[in-house]
Design a binder for this molecule. Structure first.
Ligand code: 3PG
Ligand code: MG
Length: 411
């Protein structure tokens, strides 16, 4: 891929107004932040810019904002938490218009090292529209507040939105720099360059419910890796494609041929494609999902009874997958091996996380569920990199050009 983007280390922001797009899309419960990972991940860049004497203007979206601006999706709780983390005031501009008189006045009053946080960028519906439509107007208003632009919002880098990519055009027009922050740089280094140019053997582990969600990533990783391991709900469509009966297990009927194609592709190119050889079966999907009293039976992958459904990988599969991880030098993992939300059906996911924690290989965890699983199981500090992006990390692994990455200036 050869990504060589300018970073915050390449610019001098002293006395300059710097607009920083972060991904502060954190989960909230009753107005309280329940996972501050994304806020913590943004701190190195923010601290660097403060330390260099920049005037730091932060922006982000939060939530989907389907029904217009509302207090439930305000960035106010983020301003508060961020201020605690930085140990200094983060001036929050609560104006639902995001830009405008309040934001302009606050920026004008800034001294070197001050920090301002704008309101949720999705409160401006225009954030969502195509740049050539009204999104351009909002992008220009954002650019008008600043001299330079830093994108550190890896989790949003797959969105061609005004605050993620559109703004760069206007910064360039007035002679400013568009660079990536430290978080973005780390994500590019691990997900991009490590996958493009991995130390081998390179093992990729994919899980999750649906084959349909992972079509391109399966195809791309099969080309790059030495061994591709499949687990989770989507493994059953592969087993079906092998001609096995899978009972009531998850089946992506329309993707059976695709799975056959992938198995042939692996065979032809001499890649190992590992599928479950045994599986943990249940009678019905747990309700509630974390019901700890659910009964299970373990069967070989080609002997799933007609009235049962697979819900996790079995012990023989765990041993097989752990063994593949042991001899790897680079491992990328995206997607749980079973219904990990249930303590009885989390063993496969847990054991794969454990295997990754014990290897000396470079271990890269895609965002979303696999990151949540690794955090929840307490292995986070044992991994080389845990991505802060869900959809973004998947699209990056597919080899797609993420708008937020590509908008930054080249070195
Ligand atoms: C995420 O959490 O997926 C990112 O913040 C992007 O949000 P989005 O999926 O709503 O665009
Ligand atoms: Mg998303």
């Amino acid at each position: 891929m050869g990504l060589n983007k300018k970073s915050v280390d390449d610019i001098n922001v002293k006395g300059r107004r710097v607009l920083v797009r972060c991904d502060f899309n954190v989960p909230l419960k009753n107005g309280e932040i329940t996972d501050e990972t994304r806020i913590v991940a943004a701190l190195p860049t923010i601290k660097k810019l403060i330390g260099d004497g920049g005037k730091v203007i932060l922006c982000s979206h939060l939530g989907k904002v389907k029904n217009g601006p509302n207090e439930g999706e305000s960035l106010a709780p983020v301003a508060k938490r961020l201020s605690e983390k930085l140990g200094k005031e983060v001036k929050f501009i609560s104006d639902y218009n995001v830009t405008g008189a309040d934001a302009t006045a606050a920026v004008e009053a800034m001294n070197e090292g001050d920090v301002v946080l704008l309101q949720n960028t999705r409160f401006r519906g225009k954030e969502e529209t195509k740049p050539e439509e009204a999104g351009d107007a909002f992008a220009k208003e954002l650019a008008d507040l600043a001299d330079d632009y830093v994108c550190d919002a890896f989790g949003s880098a797959h969105r061609a939105h005004a605050s993620v990519a559109g703004v760069t055009k206007f910064i360039t027009e007035k002679g400013g720099s568009n660079v990536v922050g430290y978080l973005m740089q780390k994500e590019i280094d691990f997900l991009g360059n490590a996958v493009e140019n991995p130390v081998r053997p390179f093992v990729a582990i994919l899980g999750g419910a649906k084959v349909a969600d992972k079509l391109n990533v399966i195809n791309t990783l099969l080309e790059k890796c030495d061994t591709l391991i499949i687990g989770g709900g989507m493994a059953y469509t592969f087993l079906k494609a092998k001609g096995y009966e899978i009972g009531k297990s998850l089946l992506d009927e329309t993707k059976i041929d695709y799975c056959k194609e992938m198995m042939e592709k692996a065979e032809k190119s001499g890649k190992k494609l590992l599928l479950p050889i045994d599986t943990v079966c249940i009678d019905d999907f747990p309700n509630p999902i974390d019901d700890p009293s659910i009964a299970t039976t373990i069967v070989d992958a080609d002997k799933i009874p007609a009235d049962k459904e697979g819900a996790d990988i079995g012990p023989k599969t765990i041993a097989l997958y752990a063994d593949a991880v042991k001899s790897a030098k680079t491992v990328v993992w995206n997607g749980p091996m079973g219904v990990f939300e249930n303590p009885v059906l989390a063993t496969g996911t847990k054991e794969v996380a454990k295997a990754l924690s014990e290897t000396s290989a470079t271990t890269i965890i895609g965002g979303g569920d696999s990151a949540a699983a690794v955090n929840q199981l307490g292995y986070a500090d044992k991994m080389s990199h845990i991505s802060t992006g869900g959809g973004a990390s998947l699209e990056f692994l597919e080899g797609k050009k993420l708008p937020g990455v590509y908008a930054a200036d080249n070195r």
